[in-house]
Design a protein around this ligand. Structure first.
Ligand code: SAM
Ligand code: SF4
Length: 475
């Protein structure tokens, strides 16, 4: 996919900052969201075209109920037409919460002396991965504070350890990372360990707010963080995830920031972000954030729909920070990945019993602590197809999110069959009886909707092989 760069006050250059505050406010202040214009923009996105900053600003400023409905319906249609009903599942694994930064919103900040500091040792890491595998997880994201101990070699070593853990039929097939930004050399090291996506969230693109909430520590350097993922690209790690922590600054500015960042990556590297994350602020120990910019549920659901339309090719991640009813609503607007069975207390996956959340042990509070089994059950009831697929990444089909978006038939040939096969494995190895019944029914429905006799026969044959005990079959 080739992208046509836009012209900005600050032209895009690799490793050079690209946010111009006045320019972004200029787009927002001059936006004219008439009903016709909103409809035109939604139609452009439904034709699978990337929206420019002027168009995104117009959607952001469109706040009449009818216009919001148009935007949400557009996102719903785009999701259904382009991506279908698959939802990819993963779990976060917090490896270490030592941190030298002082992000005012985060329970791990250096000044928080009450937090129980911990880094999983090798045995604990293995035990936690085994516990996750025993629940049926196949995809993890390893999460770290920022500390000299968490070097690229250390992270790479953790990744290799995780890939090496096998429990019965269980194994982790994709490890993503959310940690401090690295140097080009550092990104090379973690890439060589076989990671999937490397996520670095800007938190807020609004420089004043950024400075207010990040005093001291390496993370206080706004520009350095802005181009952190350029360094990943320079290292050949083109699978990167961007994100905003909504609630730190005006959400309108930050949605524009995410799109401007996407444009920057497209202009410099001809590849946009693999995923966009949009966490909302949650309560944390010694939480010090002005509530002025808190994002309401209504605004949050609009944000998800606007981002879906703005960058139609990218993966969109929603986490257990959000309660079930919000998760349910925004799944319709184009979220493609969610975590499930999430525990964010260090090392907690080995504990059988659910414990009350404790702000001195966790980075922040989560609002959805259902088990993987419960989430899968609910997805099946909503006619969603849960997927643990890791095929593209392992087959070297990098840029799969572009392919599933732009290559006709890609989803039918690869994504749906692989979702079906990974769900079949899950049912055979981990599902409760009622989930299994619902799961096989949904599999049958999805196999017949492939509507291509040869492919259907091939998928059915692979399902039979899974029933006979074979694993890890994919296209
Ligand atoms: N320490 C690394 C960093 O800051 O880049 C790794 C990521 S941190 C452990 C993961 C993410 O959690 C942060 O990027 C931030 O967006 C999010 N986060 C921190 N405090 C939060 C809070 N109170 N509520 C919701 N999300 C929060
Ligand atoms: Fe440390 Fe990351 Fe928390 Fe900031 S968000 S205090 S860098 S763990």
């Amino acid at each position: 996919m080739k992208f046509t760069p836009e012209i900005y006050n600050i032209p895009d250059k690799p490793q050079k900052p690209y946010i111009d505050v006045d320019e972004i406010w200029g787009y927002l202040n001059n936006a004219k969201p008439t009903d016709n214009r909103v409809e035109e923009i939604v139609t452009k996105s439904l034709n699978k075209e990337r929206l420019n900053l002027e168009e995104v600003a117009t959607l952001i400023k469109a706040d009449k109920p009818g216009q919001i409905e148009l935007i949400k319906n557009g996102a719903r249609q785009l999701k259904e037409r382009v991506y279908g009903k698959r939802i990819v599942l993963f779990a976060p694994l917090y490896v270490g919460n030592l941190c030298q930064n002082n992000c005012e919103y985060c329970g791990f900040k250096a000044t928080n002396s009450e937090t129980v500091r911990k880094t999983l040792d090798k045995a604990e890491l293995i035990n936690n991965v085994e516990a996750l595998e025993k629940n049926g997880q196949k995809r993890l994201i390893l999460v770290y504070g920022e500390h000299p101990k968490y070097t690229p070699d250390y992270i790479a070593d953790n990744v290799k350890t995780v890939y090496g853990v096998k429990t019965g039929n269980g194994e982790i097939r994709r490890v993503n990372i959310n940690a401090a930004p690295l140097s080009i050399e550092g990104f090379k090291t973690v890439k060589d360990a076989g990671i999937g996506t490397y996520q670095v969230f800007q938190e807020t693109y609004e420089p004043e707010a950024y400075r207010r909430y990040h005093k001291g520590g390496r993370k206080s350097a706004y520009d350095n963080r802005l181009v952190a993922l350029d360094r990943a690209q320079e290292a050949g790690l083109d699978d990167v995830g961007i994100g905003v922590l909504f609630g730190l600054a005006d959400w309108r500015f930050d949605v524009m920031g995410l799109v401007r960042h996407t444009n920057h990556l497209e202009a410099c590297y001809n590849v946009g972000p693999h995923t966009i994350s949009f966490p909302r602020l949650q309560d944390a120990a010694e939480f010090k954030v002005d509530p002025e910019y808190a994002v309401s549920d209504d605004e949050f659901t609009r944000i998800v729909a606007i981002l879906r339309l703005a960058v139609p090719y990218t993966g969109m991640i929603l986490t257990a920070r959000e309660p079930m009813h919000i998760r349910k609503e925004v799944l319709q607007y184009g979220v493609s990945q969610i975590d499930a069975g999430t525990k964010i207390e260090m090392g907690a996956y080995t504990e059988e019993e659910k414990k009350p959340q404790d702000l001195n042990q966790e980075q922040f509070l989560i609002n959805d602590d259902r088990s993987l089994g419960e989430v899968i059950n609910e997805l099946l009831e909503g006619d969603y197809l849960p997927s643990f697929c890791t095929a593209c990444y392992r087959k070297g089909r990098t840029g799969e999110h572009f392919m599933e978006f732009s290559v006709p038939g890609f989803i039918k040939r690869f994504c749906t069959p692989n979702a079906i096969l990974t769900l079949a494995e899950y049912i055979m190895d981990y599902a409760k009886e009622d989930t299994a019944i619902k799961g096989w029914k949904l599999i049958d429905k999805n196999v017949s909707s492939l509507n291509e006799p040869k492919l259907e026969a091939s998928v059915k044959m692979k399902i039979d092989r899974i029933k006979q005990g074979q694993r890890d079959l994919y296209y």
